[in-house]
Design a protein around this ligand. Structure first.
Ligand SMILES: Cc1cc2nc3c(=O)[nH]c(=O)nc-3n(C[C@H](O)[C@H](O)[C@H](O)COP(=O)(O)O)c2cc1C
Ligand SMILES: [Mn+2]
Length: 480
C-alpha cells in the first residue's frame, strides 16, 4: 500500500474508504467550522470536506488526520508501529555479517538515498500565479478557530526555509495569523528550526515559502521534530517510498512541493515584528499575545480549484492527537538508539505531549530510572518534557490504569520523586517564567537494595498450571 501522492489522491482514498463526508451547505470558517469539527473529532467521525465555505471559492478539508485508522492510511501502513519498524531498520546499521547482510545493508542505504527530494521544472502548484498587488489571502477560507482569536489563522502550513549558513532546508508546521491580504505572523517558537534560520541570517532577512495542501505524509513530516540538519522532506520521501518532487518558487530562492494546492512566497525579517495572538491552542488554553516576526508575501500560487486544508487544535483530544501519536511511534527507534534500555514510551494526549512522558525500561542498576530521566531531558524535543514517569519493562505504558497502579504502589515520594529544572515548552503557561521551570521525575520501578529499599515484595501472579486448568475447564463452570 503506497501513501497517496497528493491531496486529491488522498481525498479520493478517504472517500473510497468511507472516511470522508462532503458538506454542501454553506458554512462559515469563522468559528462555525470549529464547532462542527470539534464534535466530529471527539466522536471519532470522518474527515470533512466543506465544499462551500462562506466567502471563498475554495473547499476546506479538515479532520484528515483525526483517527488512528486515517493516520495509518495516510502513511500507507497497517499500524503506526509498522512505519516505525521501517525507520528503525534504517537506523539499525550494524556492520554486516556475510554477503546476504551486506546486500541488505546496501538496499537500506539505497532506500535512504532514494528519499532525497528531486527538483523538476514545472508543477501543478503554479497553475495559478498571483504576484504583487494581486496577492490576496482573503480568497482562502482561513478559519478563525476560537472566539478569543483576534483573526483567522492558517493552521496546517508547511513552512520552508533554508539555513543561511549551510543551505540545509527546513520544513516546520508553524501557525500563521492573518494580518491582511498580503501579510501574516510567523509563529515559530523559541526552540524551532525556522526561527534559528532567521537568527542565523547575516542581514536579518530570509526568504520563506509556505506549502499548503500536501500529500498527507509530507504534511505530517512538517510537524516531525527532526534534528536541525535533517531535511523533513527526506523523511517524507522515505516514508512515501518515493522522493518529494519540488519546483522552484517564482519570487524567492526556495523550492516547494510540486503537488501543493497552495503556495505562499515571501520574506521574514528580524526587525519586522508585531504582537501575535492570542490563539486557542493545543494546550487547551489561549496562548498570550507575544512578539513574532511578520511574513510579507510576494506571491500566491495555486493549483486550479485549489483545496485548502485546515486543522483545529484546542482542549485535547483534538485532531492533532494522531499527528502527535505518529511522531511518538515513529521516533521510538531513534530514542532506543540512544537509550537501548528503553522498552516503550507513551506521551499522553491529555498531557499535550510535552507535559508528560511515561517510559518503561529494562532496569539494570541503581539509579537507572534517573539516568533515563536525565537522558530524555537532554534528547531533542523530549528535552522540553515537564514530567517523566519511569516504570519497569513489563508495565504497559499505554495502560494508564496500570501506570497509576505502579506510581502509587512503587513510589516512596521522599526517595523516588525528583524535582529539578530546565527548559520548558514555549506554550507552557504554568511555570513562573516563560521557557524555564520545574521538572518532575517519578521513579515507579522496583527498587534495589542499593537504592535504600527493603527487600522488594513479589508481585501476585497465578501459576501457569492453575491458569491452564481453568482455561481448559471454563465451559464446565457455566459462566459463558
Ligand atoms: C497542528 C500543529 C500546529 C503547530 N503549530 C506550531 C506553531 O504555531 N509554532 C511552533 O513553533 N510549532 C508548532 N507546531 C509544532 C511544530 O510543527 C513541530 O515542533 C515541528 O517539529 C517544528 O519543526 P522544526 O523542528 O523543523 O522547527 C505545530 C504542530 C502541529 C501538529
Ligand atoms: Mn527541522
Amino acid at each position: 500500500m503506497k501513501p497517496p501522492r497528493d491531496l486529491r489522491e488522498w481525498i479520493a482514498l478517504l472517500e473510497r474508504e468511507g472516511e470522508l463526508r462532503r458538506i454542501t451547505a454553506e458554512v462559515d470558517p469563522d468559528l462555525e467550522i470549529t464547532e462542527i469539527t470539534d464534535r466530529v473529532v471527539k466522536s471519532g467521525g470522518p474527515a470533512l470536506l466543506f465544499e462551500h465555505p462562506t466567502g471563498s471559492d475554495h473547499p476546506l478539508l479538515i479532520n484528515q488526520f483525526g483517527t488512528e485508522r486515517r493516520m495509518c492510511l495516510a502513511l500507507g501502513v497497517e499500524t503506526l508501529d509498522d512505519a516505525a519498524a521501517k525507520l528503525g531498520d534504517v537506523l539499525d546499521m550494524r556492520p554486516p555479517q556475510g554477503l546476504r547482510e551486506k546486500v541488505k545493508g546496501l538496499l537500506k542505504l539505497k532506500s535512504v538515498a532514494d528519499s532525497m527530494p528531486k527538483t523538476i521544472s514545472k508543477g501543478p502548484c503554479q497553475e495559478v500565479v498571483l504576484e504583487g498587488d494581486e496577492v490576496d489571502l482573503g480568497r482562502l477560507p482561513i478559519q478563525r478557530c476560537w472566539p478569543g482569536d483576534p483573526a483567522p489563522f492558517i493552521t496546517l502550513p508547511a513552512v520552508i526555509t533554508k539555513d543561511p549558513k549551510t543551505g540545509t532546508r527546513n520544513v516546520g508546521m508553524y501557525r500563521m495569523q492573518v494580518i491582511d491580504g498580503r501579510s501574516t505572523f510567523m509563529h515559530w517558537q523559541m526552540h524551532k528550526d525556522g526561527r534559528a534560520d532567521l537568527l542565523a541570517a547575516e542581514d536579518g532577512r530570509i526568504p520563506v515559502a509556505v506549502a499548503i495542501g500536501l500529500d498527507p505524509v509530507t504534511a505530517y513530516s512538517a510537524s516531525a521534530p527532526l534534528p536541525k540538519h535533517v531535511d523533513e522532506l527526506m523523511l517524507a520521501g522515505f516514508l512515501r517510498g518515493e522522493p518529494v518532487e519540488l519546483v522552484p518558487c517564482n519570487t524567492v530562492d526556495l523550492e516547494v512541493p510540486a503537488n501543493a494546492e497552495i503556495v505562499l512566497e515571501g520574506h521574514v525579517s528580524r526587525d519586522d515584528t508585531g504582537i501575535e495572538g492570542p490563539f486557542g491552542d493545543h494546550t487547551g488554553y489561549y496562548t498570550a499575545p507575544e512578539e513574532f516576526p511578520i511574513f510579507r508575501l510576494t506571491a500566491l500560487t495555486m493549483r486550479k480549484g485549489a483545496i485548502y486544508p485546515s486543522i483545529v487544535v484546542g482542549k485535547p483530544p483534538a485532531e492533532d492527537a494522531w499527528l502527535g501519536k505518529a511522531t511518538e511511534r515513529l521516533f521510538l527507534p531513534a530514542v532506543k538508539m540512544t537509550l537501548p534500555e528503553v522498552v516503550d514510551y507513551d506521551l499522553p494526549v491529555a498531557g499535550a505531549f510535552h507535559n508528560c512522558v511515561i517510559v518503561s525500561i529494562r532496569k539494570a542498576f541503581p539509579g537507572h530510572a534517573q539516568k533515563v530521566m536525565h537522558a530524555l531531558w537532554g534528547l531533542g524535543m523530549l528535552s522540553l518534557s515537564k514530567s517523566i514517569v519511569v516504570v519497569d519493562a513489563d508495565v504497559d505504558v499505554h495502560d494508564y490504569g496500570e501506570v497509576f497502579f505502579r506510581v502509587t504502589a512503587n513510589v516512596d515520594p521522599k526517595r523516588d520523586v525528583l524535582v529539578t529544572e530546565g527548559p520548558l515548552d514555549h506554550l507552557d503557561h504554568a511555570p513562573e517564567r516563560q521557557f524555564y521551570g520545574g521538572k518532575l521525575g517519578i521513579d515507579a520501578t522496583h527498587k534495589l537494595p542499593e537504592e535504600d529499599a527493603r527487600p522488594w515484595p513479589e508481585e501476585i501472579v497465578m501459576s501457569d498450571e492453575v491458569r491452564d486448568l481453568v482455561t481448559r475447564r471454563w465451559s464446565e463452570y457455566g459462566l459463558s
